[in-house]
Design a protein around this ligand. Structure first.
Ligand code: NAD
Length: 429
């Protein structure tokens, strides 16, 4: 007998059952007792609807072929097409994509967007691929997913190491295959192709809108807060800029090369100019250089996590020296880390709420593309602020009413929306 045959069906691990998926599932189980969900519906929601694995061969610039594993997972299509980013990263797995797809479902439902969650990615090191190689990778990955993505089926968006250009390649590949331009197949694309104004800034700006709303409830003037931001990419870079625009002080930021710290506050214009010229924060002058681990433990009021998952853990949560943690990244706090922060009275603004600005403006982009009618930047910013304020208030009030954490409340609110729709639709057939 093989090892697998010796296990009962219940004991056999599902292909996507990895530590990050366990985190997403544990959060679901922690929310379920407070949600209005019957056991059959809860059971359905523990599984992705569809998990696709493909392999993507590309010819390297030197002439040989390399093959990369790639994935797309769709968690729930109950409320509409699935929606979620595509990341290029050496750590992409089926389990990572599944966890991120589950979080996307709760996020879309919490924001009352007519979508379910999806996520995809290619396991590769994007820093080792040339722009031409990245284009070939993106076009082949898109072709491999031709049967599962679509404007009414599953709509990709950018995530780690993918950007507007990546979305343009996906849109072009898909459009060439169907024979006409289909801008609504992706969001986060260039404005010239039907992208939305303010999409680029939406996630980072949304993080700060949520922080500002929380500060309002807590009676903390945002302009007096000292902030540390992990990650200086799309989310972290814009969040830092928005914090400074609101008068807050940003003491430290970091990227994959490490962090820079100035107790009196960083000159962000100078930091941005340096990164534009040199590609990383490394060797930025006249500041203290810290590791990413040290950065997380710097004394501050607000710690913004905007890099990757699993950053606050049982190991370091005891040393976090912030009053508020804002999760701009997906899944940056482990279950154990979360519990320790809770015991220490450090408030956590959960990812499904805090970084929902991106998918909300993606939804605006899709609606504009379908209607072939485009809104102004001010209109979009105002609509985003309304959506996030509404979601924040529902989460805050639910947390108070039920005596639960903001994360539990955000998940309960999202789960209730999906469960009500699934109950009304029924389990097919
Ligand atoms: P990005 O690639 O633009 O930026 C990622 C940043 O993290 C970069 O500064 C990178 O140098 C840094 N980084 C990478 N590895 C690191 C490491 N080991 N230690 C410290 N820093 C590291 O990606 P992004 O779009 O800003 O996404 C960041 C996070 O936000 C991800 O978790 C993503 O899923 C989430 N998110 C993004 C969006 C969006 O609209 N872009 C929306 C919602 C959630």
């Amino acid at each position: 007998m093989t090892e697998l045959e010796e296990l009962s069906v219940e004991e056999q691990r599902l292909e996507w059952d990895t530590p990050l998926f366990r985190t997403a599932l544990t959060q679901f189980e922690q929310a379920i007792p407070y949600a209005e969900v019957n056991v059959s519906i809860a059971e359905r929601l523990r599984y992705p609807e569809r998990a696709v694995m493909v392999t993507v061969p590309i010819r390297r610039d030197e002439g040989h072929v390399d093959v990369f594993p790639a994935y797309r997972v769709q968690h729930s299509s109950v409320l509409g097409p699935t929606k979620g980013g595509i990341r290029y990263d050496p750590h992409v797995t089926l389990g990572e994509c599944t966890a991120l797809a589950v979080w996307m479902t709760w996020k879309c439902a919490l924001l009352r967007l007519p979508y379910g969650g999806a996520k995809g990615g290619v396991r590769c090191n994007p820093r080792e691929l040339s722009p031409r190689e990245l284009e070939r990778l993106t076009r082949r990955y898109t072709s491999e997913l031709r049967g599962v993505i679509g404007p009414q089926e599953d709509i990709p968006a950018p995530d780690m190491a993918t950007n507007e250009q990546t979305m343009a390649w996906i849109m072009d590949t898909y459009s060439m295959q169907v024979g006409h331009a289909v801008p609504e197949i992706v969001t986060g694309k260039p404005v010239a192709l039907g992208g939305s104004l303010f999409r680029h800034e939406a996630t980072g700006a949304g993080v700060v809108m949520v922080i500002e709303r929380a500060c309002g409830r807590l009676g903390w003037p945002l302009a007096e807060q000292r902030c540390v931001v992990q990650g200086f990419g799309n989310v972290g870079g814009i969040a830092a800029q928005e914090l400074v625009a609101k008068g807050a002080t940003v003491l430290a930021v970091s990227d994959i090369s490490g962090g820079i710290y100035s107790p009196s506050g960083l000159d962000l214009d100078a930091v941005r100019a340096w990164v534009a010229a040199h590609g990383t924060l490394e060797a930025f002058p006249d500041v203290q250089h810290v590791s990413n681990h040290e950065l997380l433990e710097l004394p501050c009021d607000i710690l913004v996590l905007a890099a990757l998952e699993g950053q606050l853990t049982a190991e370091n949560a005891v040393r976090i020296d912030a009053k508020l943690v804002a999760e701009g990244a997906n899944g940056p706090t482990t279950i154990e880390g979360d519990a320790i922060l809770g015991e220490r009275g450090i408030l956590v603004l959960p990812d499904v709420l805090t970084n929902a600005g991106g998918v909300t403006v993606s939804y605006f982009e899709w609606v504009q593309d379908l209607g072939r009618l485009f809104w102004t930047r001010d209109e979009i910013r105002a609509r985003l602020a309304d959506k996030l304020a509404d979601a924040f208030d529902r989460v805050w009030e639910l947390a108070e009413e039920k005596g639960i954490t903001l994360r539990q409340a955000a998940l309960v609110a999202g789960i209730n929306e999906v469960a009500a729709a699934l109950k009304a639709r029924g389990i097919y057939p």
